[in-house]
Design a protein around this ligand. Structure first.
Ligand code: C5J
Length: 226
């Protein structure tokens, strides 16, 4: 087992049974004209974590972890998008409407693609999800089971929506999860900070948290052991 200095106490994992889950690092959330921006959000807040997510993925690849990427994206006929979700709020354009990056939050459209800096490499797992949680309406659970995964190291956007929902779903399913806190972001820095605090409160009631710098020395430690 490898130990990470984490809160509320050290997190243990072994590379064989651990996956990195990179959540919704899509153009629709990170670039101008996407779903996030149409809701009136400041995309600079989430774009800022791209180098940290890229570094986390490189770290995980070097350790041989299973890598999973998720995308929040609906079927072209929107049959997996509840009307309540589509009609919520007062955005300039709604899910499924044409926008500068194709139809908003629809599978296969340019906006639903993961940004190149953190894009999946051949052989990595990609999950299209209709909801905020990555387990709802997807085969993520069976994919992880097939790979013998029991622990998740989680990053992505946004902290208080898809990242938090996925962590809670995973926790209820018995996974031990570590949120890499500086590899996750919200459009609202206060929400990010409060969500991180909340998730690891009460003895890590949902997950552990750690900054990326606490994970990086592990590669060197393992190399030294061999
Ligand atoms: C949102 C997400 N915020 N990926 N999706 O609607 O967090």
């Amino acid at each position: 087992m490898i130990t990470v200095d984490a809160l509320p106490y050290p997190f243990h994992f072994d590379p064989e049974s651990t996956a990195i889950v990179s959540i919704d690092m899509q153009r629709d959330f990170i670039e101008p004209g996407g779903f996030g921006a149409t809701l009136g959000n400041d995309i600079r807040q989430v774009a800022a974590i791209v180098p940290t997510v890229a570094a986390l993925l490189s770290w995980g690849r070097a350790l041989g972890l299973t890598i999973v990427h998720t995308r929040e994206a609906h079927l072209p006929d929107l049959s997996d998008c509840p009307t309540a979700k589509r009609m919520r709020g007062n955005p300039k354009i709604r899910i499924g409407d044409p926008g500068p990056m194709g139809r908003l939050l629809v599978r296969g459209e340019p906006g639903s693609q993961i940004i190149p800096q953190v894009a999946p490499l051949p052989g990595e797992l990609v999950v299209d999800k209709p909801g905020k949680g990555a387990f709802y309406g997807t085969t993520l659970g069976s994919m992880l089971e097939a790979h013998g995964i029991h622990r998740l190291i989680v990053c992505g956007v946004t902290t208080e929506v898809c990242v938090q929902t996925t962590l809670r779903e995973a926790n209820d399913r018995g996974y031990e999860c570590l949120l890499v806190e500086d590899a996750a972001a919200s459009y609202f820095p206060d929400y990010h900070a409060q969500t991180v605090e909340m998730l690891r409160s009460q003895g890590g009631i949902v997950c552990w948290t750690a900054p990326l710098k606490n994970l990086l020395p592990i590669t060197a430690e393992l190399e030294a052991r061999t």
